[in-house]
Design a protein around this ligand. Structure first.
Ligand code: FE2
Length: 319
């Protein structure tokens, strides 16, 4: 037996019954990336230095208990990656590098290895359109209640964050909200959060060296513990996820344009096939939902400003 097959595994606590849970229930696993050189201060600073404007977001939300208010969009200009990390450590910002694999292929290699491992371990799991994004965030920062469109996992590399995962069903996400999410029309106010939702959440203190994968479109929110956090997300599609996408896309169109309210979520049979055709006709590729998004940028990351955030005249950034 080749021992490397064992020692090179990224997930260190896989159990034989996990394939039954994968994608159906929230699943917390242990991984060996907590001390990876890819996420050291030096590596992240170098990555930020090389990241073009279209490949990052930096956000600010006022600190409040519970679900935070709407976040502001900012920019990184005239400071080094090392200085940005310093602001993250002492301030109140959230940096998302959306395409690190394009900047440094090492992150693409990691992404491939991760999915190869899951595809080897979960019979029938075949994924595509995978992506990895890196999150570097300040102590106690929160991410507002939301759902994501593709299959999602959150990998905690440094620090600890509290992750609340809610059932991917009404009332936590309503059918119209899910359709708007998929049509790319969901505004933050369309996904209302009530404090009592927490009574129905699965709550994890996700530590460095742990990852969490949850069911498709599962609403979640995140609160960092009191230290710098380094995490990454992985997202993917499968044929099954794509079918749900197509049917919800078509239902969203039918509901919006034709005012039809009773719509089936079936993913087999003639009604499903008609909807699949409609989704295809309405939009050529259902895997590329985003049109150009417009962001209003109104702050700059500044080591000398309170919370690391200096107001600037607002300007628009499109990508
Ligand atoms: Fe998310």
């Amino acid at each position: 037996m080749n021992m490397n097959l064992v020692t090179d595994q990224i997930i260190s606590d896989w159990r034989p019954y996990y394939p039954k849970l994968w994608g159906n229930q929230a699943l917390r696993l242990s991984h060996n990336l907590a001390h990876s050189d890819l996420f050291s201060d030096a590596a992240l600073a170098a990555l930020i230095d090389r990241t073009p404007r279209e490949a990052y977001h930096v956000n600010y939300s006022q600190k409040t208990p519970g679900n935070p208010p709407k976040r502001r969009e900012g920019e990184i200009k005239d400071i080094s990656g090392a200085e940005v990390l310093d602001v993250v450590r002492k301030g109140n910002i959230w940096v998302n590098l959306t395409a690190p694999a394009k900047t440094d292929p090492a992150y693409g290699d990691l992404l491939e290895r991760l999915y190869a491992e899951f595809e080897e371990r979960v019979p029938g799991f075949r994924s595509y359109k995978q992506n990895l994004t890196i999150l570097i965030s300040s102590p106690n920062v929160s991410v507002k209640y939301h759902s994501d469109v593709p299959g999602q996992s959150l990998w905690q590399v440094r620090g600890t964050k509290k992750v609340y995962v809610y059932p991917a069903q009404a009332p936590f996400i309503s059918q119209p909200a899910l359709e708007k999410l998929i049509l790319g029309q969901l505004r933050e106010t369309d996904m209302p959060f009530e404090p009592w939702f927490d009574d129905f959440a699965q709550v994890y203190d996700l530590e460095a060296g742990q990852m969490l994968h949850w069911p498709l479109n599962g609403p979640h929110r995140v609160v960092n513990h009191g230290m710098l956090n380094v995490s990454f997300t992985t997202e993917h599609w499968t044929d099954e996820l794509r079918k749900h996408y197509a049917v919800n896309y078509a239902n969203g169109v039918l509901r919006g344009k034709m005012g039809i309210n009773k719509l089936s979520q079936q993913v087999t049979g003639p009604s499903y096939l008609t909807k699949l055709g409609l989704a295809g006709a309405v939009k050529f590729s259902p895997l590329n939902p985003q049109k150009k998004k417009v962001y209003t940028v109104d702050f700059r990351v500044d080591p000398n400003a309170p919370e690391g955030v200096r107001d600037i005249d607002a300007h628009v950034f499109e990508k």
